[in-house]
Design a binder for this molecule. Structure first.
Ligand SMILES: [Fe+2]
Length: 366
């Protein structure tokens, strides 16, 4: 990719394909301190107020800079490297390749909590691992004074829900969700009935005196790819049909219609939703429903299979951070008479992890 000039016009040569760069596009990017606030990088001018027939009066290209003067008197010196980066639309987070994993995964992405972790390079590595595997575990995170909230807000911002800023996971009388019992929880994604679904869940183990209650994780991405390969008609219908997910309690009715497998605009994996106690398929032709029910049964079989599940014990101080769009989580049963099992959970969204990751990349020049 390179920039070329011809007759007061600027061209981008993208591996032999030449395209003119619109003069207005360059005019919007003028960057002297008269035009852009140095600290925030925000424009000090409103580009919708600039006249439309912007032309280039004068231009100069060197190895590192493109200097342009426009017919409205504005002039600027643009970094070639920054222009090329913008053209290549390199969102490095999107380029982090997801690694498929199953029950044979033995490295559980464990990182040690330490003072000022959130501004250290280890945090960058932890977040990169989070995008590769969909989860990461931090050890020895302080368990006093709801430190989870402090932790979450040091990455981004807590996403509050009707369960509150955070929720306590322990068996309690008259629970409004099965999470608050000692029953086993099959692999599921959280809150499929919300719009938008919270992106990331954090679960912090405050106390664990029971032998059971092991945490389970399944990679929805691995399972989806398996389904796509072996059962394409099941994959297709689960990508197509929007089902109704609902949550009801005394004070709220939450509902959303969504696909169990959601693809992005390029047809690639984006999100799974799975919570078979909360999903209601619309009435469709019997043939279609037959196919849908078989597909749901198959994906449930895969999600619940030991082949895809990792299982581990969360100890006091362990904080599990998992991608709720990619992974399913659950737990094995436990005997509440053995002692306390107390976890605290909260949610954050992708803007938190993406913002922190990009900040650390910039800070350490990675
Ligand atoms: Fe859950």
């Amino acid at each position: 990719m390179k920039i070329e000039l011809n007759n007061n016009k600027v061209y981008l040569d993208n591996h032999g394909v030449k395209k003119e760069i619109h003069p207005f596009w360059l005019r919007e990017r003028v960057n002297g301190d008269k035009f852009v606030d140095i600290k925030t990088k925000q424009r000090l001018f409103d580009p919708t107020q600039i006249r439309e027939n912007i032309k280039i009066n004068d231009i100069n290209l060197s190895n590192n800079f493109l200097e342009v003067t426009f017919n409205d008197g504005a002039s600027t010196k643009l970094s070639i490297q920054e222009l090329i980066e913008e053209f290549s639309n390199n969102n490095f987070i999107k380029l982090i390749k997801k690694i498929e994993w199953d029950s044979t995964l033995d490295d559980l992405n464990i990182f040690e909590f330490k003072e000022n972790l959130f501004e250290k390079e280890e945090m960058y590595n932890a977040l990169v691992n989070f995008y590769k595997y969909g989860f990461v575990i931090f050890k020895n995170v302080p368990t006093k004074d709801n430190f989870l909230i402090n932790f979450a807000n040091s990455i981004g911002s807590v996403r509050r829900t009707n369960f509150g800023e955070f929720f306590n996971v322990k068996s309690k009388p008259n629970p409004n969700d099965l999470a608050y019992t000692s029953l086993p929880l099959a692999p599921h994604t959280d809150n499929p009935y919300r719009n938008p679904v919270p992106c990331i869940q954090m679960l912090h183990c405050i106390e664990n005196k029971v032998k059971g209650g092991l945490s389970t994780l399944v990679d929805g991405f691995t399972v989806t790819e398996k389904l796509k390969k072996d059962f394409p008609n099941y994959y297709k219908i689960l990508c197509e049909i929007k089902v109704r997910f609902q949550f009801i309690d005394q004070s709220v009715v939450l509902e959303d219609w969504a696909e169990m497998i959601k693809l992005d605009e390029n047809g690639n994996f984006k999100q799974v939703r799975f919570s078979p106690r909360l999903d209601f398929v619309p009435l469709m032709d019997s043939d279609k429903l037959d196919l849908y029910y078989s597909a749901r049964k198959k994906i449930s079989e895969l999600y619940n299979s030991d082949k895809y599940k990792v299982q581990f014990r969360l100890s006091e101080g362990d904080l599990l951070m998992m991608d709720n769009y990619r992974l399913l989580h659950g737990r094995t049963t436990y005997n509440a008479n053995e002692g306390n099992r107390f976890l605290q959970g909260c949610y954050i969204d992708y803007d938190s992890t993406e913002g922190k990751l990009k900040h650390l990349k910039r800070k350490f020049n990675l």
